[in-house]
Design a protein around this ligand. Structure first.
Ligand code: HEM
Length: 375
């Protein structure tokens, strides 16, 4: 049922086509309203609740974007109940089982047919599947008509006879798995880079000052802010997808000295040409957004993810200065030369760290919601 793990088959092709349509360019335009609302909620949340961990803020916004755009559900709020919490717990079980040695079958493959044959041996996996199916089916069938387009809504209008409601619900669930953790991970590395490489934030802000000045950024500014787009290219070096299914070693490609000098450095300027525009990718390097994979299994959410990260980076850089936390003596703590990371199986997150966000405008909230903010 989990679409990303299906081998190439007719079923995979049907699902890939369905997912592709529900994340098409036209559909993605309709999701912009939600992306902007969610980015505002993130900025307000960081402002109002500095005691809540950065990881919580970031996972909330990533889950809420996916929940709303994929299932057409209501926003997940910092202080409200989180219907995706259980889904994430169950996803964690799946990721742990996928890791090499995570399942008994990895150590002793001949046990696989035996386990498949006896329900009492598979009861844990069966319960897992039933619980997750019911979470996805409830969300899928109960799609809210909150006035915005959702991928579930689009999928239901397609004529795909082989996709029954359970498969449709799992299709959206698979997209949710693929979207939430990767987006949260990218945002955490963004904050981390802003602490360690403040000069890159300054370069992006100079452009923001010229293009948007004191109003919030909007998607109409996309091509006038190449510094922010270059940040999206650059962060890609930090995500390491892995699993039983073979994935390109993006971590190593992003550090190939023939393609990139100083591959370990966060340096968006490597993607900007002498005229300040985004450089054309080098021939055969496929280095345009290489973090999304290549070929037939290339990430289906690439355009959705780049839109969502772009607007979030743009808002955060416009709204805040990023500072190191203050120590007990009232002095700013020194940022470590490098932050450690935590391997979550499919993604690699920075270890928890603190950051202070300082508003760049005294009336930030008014500006966020004022008449010059994009609807
Ligand atoms: C920063 C965010 C993201 C990153 C870095 C990322 C990265 C990737 C990578 C590396 C792959 C494997 C490609 C391959 O096998 O060559 C993949 C697959 C996939 N991604 Fe993403 N992804 C992101 C966000 C999203 C979002 C937001 C969605 C959906 C809304 C999504 C949906 C998928 C799906 C469905 C697949 C499986 C495609 C298939 O097997 O045919 N991803 N992603």
């Amino acid at each position: 049922m989990e679409f990303s793990f299906l081998p190439r088959s007719e079923r995979w092709r049907v699902m890939r086509r369905a997912a592709h349509e529900s994340l098409s360019e036209a559909a993605i335009k309709d999701y912009s309203k939600v992306l902007i609302e969610e980015t505002r909620l993130l900025v307000e949340g960081l402002l109002d609740c500095p005691d809540i961990t950065l990881s919580r803020h970031v996972h909330r916004v990533a889950a809420s974007i996916a929940w709303r755009c994929l299932f057409g559900q209501q926003a997940i709020l910092l202080h409200g109940s989180d219907p995706t919490h259980r889904i994430e717990e169950l996803a964690g079980e799946m990721t742990r089982a996928m890791l090499p040695g995570g399942s008994l079958v990895d150590i002793c493959p001949i046990l696989k047919p035996v386990i498949q044959q006896f329900p009492f041996l598979r009861r844990h996996a069966d319960r897992w599947f039933e619980e997750l199916s019911s979470c996805f089916q409830n969300a899928y069938s109960d799609e809210e008509t909150s006035g915005h387009t959702s991928a579930s809504g689009i999928l239901k209008t397609m004529e795909l006879s082989s996709l029954d409601p359970l498969s449709g619900a799992w299709m959206m669930g698979s997209l949710f798995f693929a979207a939430e953790d990767t987006t949260a991970c990218a945002l955490l590395w963004f904050f981390c880079a802003m602490l360690l490489y403040p000069e890159t934030a300054s370069a992006a802000r100079q452009q923001l000052a010229q293009v948007v000045a004191d109003r919030p950024p909007s998607f109409a500014d996309y091509h006038s802010l190449p510094q922010i787009e270059a940040m999206e290219f650059e962060y890609s070096g930090y995500v390491i997808p892995k699993g039983a299914i073979i994935l390109a070693n993006i971590y190593a490609i992003a550090r190939d000295p023939e393609l990139y000098t100083n591959g370990d450095r966060f340096d968006p300027s490597r993607f900007i040409d002498e005229n300040g525009h985004i450089k054309q990718p080098k021939r055969d390097s496929k280095d345009d957004y290489l973090c999304f994979g290549h070929g037939r299994r290339i990430c289906l959410g690439k355009d959705f993810a780049t839109n969502s990260l772009w607007i979030t980076f743009a808002y955060l850089l416009w709204a805040f200065d990023f500072r190191k936390p203050v120590g007990p003596d009232g002095e700013e703590e020194v940022a470590p030369a490098e932050l450690g990371f935590h391997d979550k199986g499919v993604t690699v997150e920075p270890v928890p760290f603190s950051i202070r966000v300082v508003p760049r405008f005294p009336d930030l909230v008014d500006r966020l919601n004022g008449p010059r903010a994009e609807e």
